[in-house]
Design a protein around this ligand. Structure first.
Ligand code: GAR
Length: 197
């Protein structure tokens, strides 16, 4: 039976799009994207989910007021949906140990750098690429890893390197890392994990 995947998002959702297209192309035979959940009501990712006919919900972190209330609601929604695997695809909340401990080896995340570089609390989105450029590294990339109680600290599943080029801005680099690494790596990792469950 196919594993039921819930994708958690916060913004643009290009990684979600890559997952949806991979599933449509038959590249995730052991999994199905059963639901998309956003913490942000304005996330364009919700629109992408609806375009593919995938149920999409928002759990408004700001309105709920606390991380504990948000996670309790999230847990209930995921359980109701019969979720097997959670994929964090541009999800900008750090999940607490109380939550992650309920899903051991059942949550994966894509991070836009080669962990253990430029990762952990405070490193998300364009900030990661800004940090790589500030440091002056010549190679960066993306990592897909299991999620545990340490931000970006869980076991690594897959990595792909991407070269930094002369004149890169955080925006240009972000796009190259997405195109050359994230959008390929995340669907592949999703299939690998689903097949092994
Ligand atoms: C992606 O680059 C993803 O790796 C990163 O945010 C972007 C979201 O883009 N995630 C993190 O930085 C998490 N620490 P998307 O919404 O278009 O997929």
């Amino acid at each position: 039976m196919k594993k039921r995947i819930a994708v958690l998002v916060s913004g643009g959702g290009t990684n979600l799009q890559a997952l949806l297209e991979a599933e449509e192309a038959g590249k995730i035979p052991h999994g199905e994207i059963a639901m998309v959940v956003s913490n942000n009501p304005n996330a364009y990712a919700l629109e992408r989910a609806r375009n593919f006919g995938v149920p999409a919900a928002c759990i408004n972190r700001k309105e709920l007021g606390s991380q504990a209330a948000f996670e309790a609601e999230l847990q209930a929604v995921l359980e109701r949906n019969g979720t097997d695997l959670i994929i964090l695809a541009g999800f900008m909340c750090i999940l607490s140990e109380n939550f992650t401990s309920k899903w051991p080896k059942r949550i994966i995340n894509v991070h836009p750098a080669l962990i253990p570089c430029f990762c952990g609390e405070g490193y998300y989105g364009l900030r990661v690429h800004q940090a790589a450029l500030d440091y002056g590294v010549k190679v960066t990339g993306a990592t897909v890893h299991f999620v545990n109680e340490i931000p970006d600290g869980g076991e690594i599943i897959a990595q792909k390197a991407v070269y930094i080029e002369e004149g890169d801005t955080p925006e240009i680099l972000q796009r190259r890392v997405m195109e050359q690494a994230e959008w390929i790596l995340l669907p592949e990792a999703a299939e690998k994990v689903c097949a092994s469950m």
